[in-house]
Design a protein around this ligand. Structure first.
Ligand SMILES: Nc1ncnc2c1ncn2[C@@H]1O[C@H](COP(=O)(O)OP(=O)(O)OP(=O)(O)O)[C@@H](O)[C@H]1O
Length: 881
């Protein structure tokens, strides 16, 4: 056993040991597995953790990306909206008040009222459509609404040309106080108010206005005024913005008014009629009406901005409103900016023919189309009226320019006379600064207001031309200018246009001159039409011209009527069109002023010298070489003997049967010299009468120089006696112009001269050579009755014997004394020149019962020569050579 037991023990031990070992091994294995599993689990757990972190990061990144994208999209949208806002409301339509200034003509489609409240740092303006687009209804908080209305109006005014937006305010609650800042506009008519009871009338008027625009302006051709303006570049009618500030009571409008209001809200915008309503309920605003709901906190909802809240701008600073209103009113009062003269000029100059008439545009009509004016058989003559400063002269310039550019001088000739103070037509004649002239102009008369004779001279000249044309027509057996030109193609038959500005001066007064002028006018007006002679008479006020209205037949010939703003009576009595004309506009009416024939024309500025001279120089350079400069008659200029064509023609001749004495310039179209002929015949003496030394010396000096120019040396005897010290200088100045052997006498020596001449006058035979005695201040000759007796003998008998007195008496009565006193014969004085002597004093030297009409005026004289004159003529003494 022991052995076995031991063995057994050993076996058991071995078995145990084995089992232990196995167990140990299993344990180890198990442990290892456990460890591995733990490790694996740890790894998995760690991986799971990392994944979670990654996911979170990923999610955050994605969320951030989405945020950015969202933000960018929003910014892009808001930026685009802001851009669109700036484009839609440029300049004064959108600028902040701090830097606001009017930007007329930017053509804003919308105006800014505030900004959208967006989570975006840039600013997106909130805009509302107004001019040409729609209407605005403001509701809610009263103060905020007032500010919105003020802002809207100021922006509308600031984006348009002054005067092109007309406001009407209806403010029954505050009686205009709601628009107080804009009151300055009222002075220029840009803002008018409808009184508390006048809403109905205002709406009636606006509805009528819309109807008129639709019928007469749009006339089915354009859908709206805005479209018409886009198509033509011109806007014929202003915008009318009616601001109705109600009290917020729903019952304010009658049914009719409500109907009108609805109509205007629907149809007004196309016709430029816009409503800005505050406190006037509009239950169902139609499309095109923007509704602004203003809250007390300065936010608002705009119907055009959906749900986006809006922060309203503050109202414009009151000082800005008043200053802008004042400036706009000033600009409106000053009138529109002028159009350029060039708009009247043709593409090619001098292409037209005047055989049947003269047509030229005078400016443009309301739709921008030129308004053409024609002078022809009908209408033949024009009457223009415009109070001072309304542009009458400018209109005449424009007309002359438009005609002169179309017709060559062979087709058209102008005779221009201006009775106004000043020299408005002088620009057409060569001057000191500008030698050019308008080639068509044949005569320019300026500063003729005291020389009505010049107007008469023009009419006489035209009368003679009329006869010449009528004779030519008879010869060619034709009846009018067109036929004459066809029959006589080589003849020079331009149409004549005679313009007389301020013609009432010519016709004023009830004297012989006015009577003759009216007769001539009537004849010219009646017969001139067929002979191509057209009259344009212009006046500040034709209504006062009795000479015209007493002759309806004369007035009827002037069927072309042109009225400038506020001109009276030139149109028909029932035609008030001139009253409402804007500045620089005219009503042209080719049917004697009948209402239906009115055409309104905007006249371009032709007064500007630069624009004018460009045209005149161009035409002047093209003038035919044979054309002479026009005759310039300037009543303020003293003519010079050296310039006298008649003086230039005088030359020494072997025999001089009819010695010519020149005296001064006549007032006529041809610049003739007044003359008297000292034939060998009784009475051929000349008396100059009056106290004015310079003029008397000028007349005698001219006479002496003219006579001297006709004789070779020694062929005539010249004796000069100076008996008034004031005449010494003039007499001395004459010396170089008279022959060397002339005799010069003073108070001490004049007796010898008179003795000698009286003796020769008594002689049986005439002197071999003529003797001319120039006696300055005859009445001052010493010697009393003896001198007078000798003088009488010389005056009575001298001319028969070639002894002629050219004497200056310092009064008509003094001459009478020389002749033998009251009742004595005066026929020894065959010709006289009166200076400051009244017409009545001249009666003894004037044939017939009456006396000549003569009111002395500076540097003018009245000349009468009983051998040739029916009546006396006014002359202008020649001045310094
Ligand atoms: N169409 C126009 N556009 C711009 N300016 C004008 C126009 N017409 C006239 N004017 C300006 O208005 C002023 C007065 O014009 P104008 O001398 O022609 O008037 P008038 O009626 O002849 O006045 P008056 O009889 O006192 O001379 C001038 O300065 C002239 O340049």
């Amino acid at each position: 056993m022991p052995e076995s037991a031991t063995q057994q023990v050993l076996d058991v031990r071995a078995g145990l040991a084995h089992a232990l070992g196995a167990a140990q091994s299993a344990l180890d294995t198990a442990r290892d597995r456990h460890l591995a599993a733990v490790e694996r689990r740890n790894r998995v757990a760690a991986a799971a953790e990392a994944q979670k972190v990654r996911l979170a990061v990923e999610r955050d990144t994605r969320l951030r990306d989405i945020d950015h994208q969202h933000h960018d999209d929003l910014a892009a949208l808001a930026g685009a909206a802001a851009d669109a806002g700036r484009r839609g409301a440029p300049g004064a339509a959108g600028a902040p008040w701090s830097s606001w200034a009017p930007t007329p003509g930017v053509g804003a489609a919308e105006v800014r009222v505030g900004r959208l409240l967006l989570p975006y740092e840039g600013e997106v303006p909130a805009l509302v459509p107004l001019l040409d687009r729609g209407h605005v209804v403001v509701r809610g908080d009263a103060a905020a609404s007032d500010e919105v209305v003020a802002g809207l109006l100021l922006r509308a005014l600031g984006t348009t040309a002054p005067g092109t937006v007309r406001l009407t305010g209806y403010d029954p609650e505050q009686l205009g106080g709601g628009l107080a800042g804009f009151a300055g506009l009222a002075t220029a008519g840009v803002l008018t108010f409808a009184g508390p009871g006048a809403l109905g009338a205002l709406l009636d008027e606006l509805v009528d206005h819309v109807r008129r625009i639709n019928e007469t302006v749009l006339a089915g051709e354009h859908p709206s005024l805005g479209a018409l303006a886009d198509a033509t570049g011109r806007r014929p009618e202003p915008w009318r913005v009616a601001v109705l500030l109600g009290g917020g009571h729903g019952d304010e409008l009658s049914r009719k008014e409500r109907g009108h209001l609805d109509r205007l809200l629907r149809t007004g915008a196309a016709c430029g009629v816009h409503l800005v309503l505050r406190g006037v309920a509009v239950p169902q605003p139609p499309a095109g009406v923007e509704v602004i709901d203003a809250a007390r906190d300065g936010t608002a909802r705009l119907s055009g901005c959906g749900d986006l809240p809006v922060r309203l701008d503050e109202g414009p600073p009151p000082a800005l409103v008043t200053a802008t209103s004042r400036r706009i009113a000033e600009q409106v009062a000053a009138g529109p900016r002028p159009v350029a003269l060039d708009t009247l000029l043709p593409d090619e100059e001098w292409r037209e023919h005047s055989a049947t008439g003269l047509s030229a545009p005078l400016g443009d009509g309301p739709h921008g189309t030129p308004v053409t004016v024609t002078l022809s058989d009908y209408p033949p003559h024009a009457l223009i009226a415009g109070p001072s400063g309304t542009g009458k002269t400018n209109l005449i310039y424009a007309w002359i320019g438009a005609l002169a550019a179309r017709y060559s001088p062979a087709e058209l000739a102008f005779y221009l006379l201006d009775f106004k103070e000043g020299v408005s037509f002088a620009r057409f004649a060569p001057g000191r600064r500008d030698p050019s002239w308008l080639p068509h102009v044949r005569l320019v008369g300026v500063n003729v207001n005291t020389d009505r004779e010049f107007g008469l001279a023009l009419l006489r000249f035209l009368g003679a031309e009329l006869r010449r044309r009528a004779d030519a027509a008879k010869r060619h057996e034709v009846t009018n200018l067109a036929e004459l030109r066809a029959e006589d193609p080589d003849g020079h038959w331009p149409r004549i246009v005679a313009v007389v500005d301020e013609f009432q001066v010519l016709l004023a007064g009830r004297d012989a001159l006015a009577a003759e002028a009216v007769d001539l006018l009537e004849d010219l007006a009646r017969r001139g039409r067929s002979q191509g002679i057209h009259l344009i008479l212009a006046s500040q006020d034709v209504s006062g011209i009795e000479a015209l209205w007493g002759r309806p037949a004369l007035v009827a010939q002037f069927s072309l009527r042109i009225a400038l703003p506020r001109a009276r009576r030139v149109l028909a009595e029932t035609n008030p069109a001139a009253d409402a004309l804007p500045r620089f506009h005219a009503v042209v009416n080719a049917d004697s002023g009948a209402l239906e024939a009115n055409r309104v024309v905007r006249v371009p500025a032709a007064g500007d010298r630069e624009q004018w001279s460009a045209l005149q120089h161009r035409l002047w350079r093209r003038r035919p070489p044979e054309l002479s400069a026009p005759r310039l008659f300037d009543g303020d200029v003293v003519p010079r003997l050296a310039d006298s064509p008649d003086f230039a023609r005088l030359a020494p001749a072997p025999t001089v049967p009819a010695p010519v004495v020149l005296l001064g310039e006549t007032i006529d179209v041809a610049a003739r010299s007044a003359r008297t002929v000292l034939r060998r015949a009784p009475g051929r003496n000349l008396a100059v009468l009056g106290t004015r030394v310079d003029e008397a010396c000028a007349v005698l000096g001219t006479a002496a120089r003219a006579l001297a120019a006709q004789y070779p040396p020694g062929a005539a005897r010249f004796s000069v006696a100076c008996l008034d010290p004031d005449a010494t200088a003039a007499v001395d100045a004459l010396r170089p112009h008279l022959p060397e052997d002339s005799g010069w006498y003073g108070p001490d020596s004049v007796g010898w001269l008179l003795d000698d001449a009286a003796e020769a006058a008594d002689a049986d035979l005439a002197a071999v050579r003529p003797h001319f005695l120039f006696l300055y201040a005859v009445d001052a000759a010493p010697g009393g009755a003896r001198t007078a007796e000798r003088l009488r003998r010389i005056l009575r008998q001298g001319p028969e014997r070639r002894i002629h007195v050219l004497g200056w008496w310092r009064g008509a009565a003094l001459l009478r004394e020389t002749l033998g006193g009251q009742g004595s014969r005066t026929d020894a004085i065959g010709a006289w020149v009166a200076l400051d002597v009244h017409g009545s004093e001249l009666a003894p030297y004037y044939p017939g019962a009456g006396a000549p009409v003569w009111y002395p005026r500076p540097w003018r004289a009245l000349h009468f020569d009983r051998s040739v004159h029916r009546g006396a003529e006014v002359i202008i003494p020649y001045g310094a050579p």
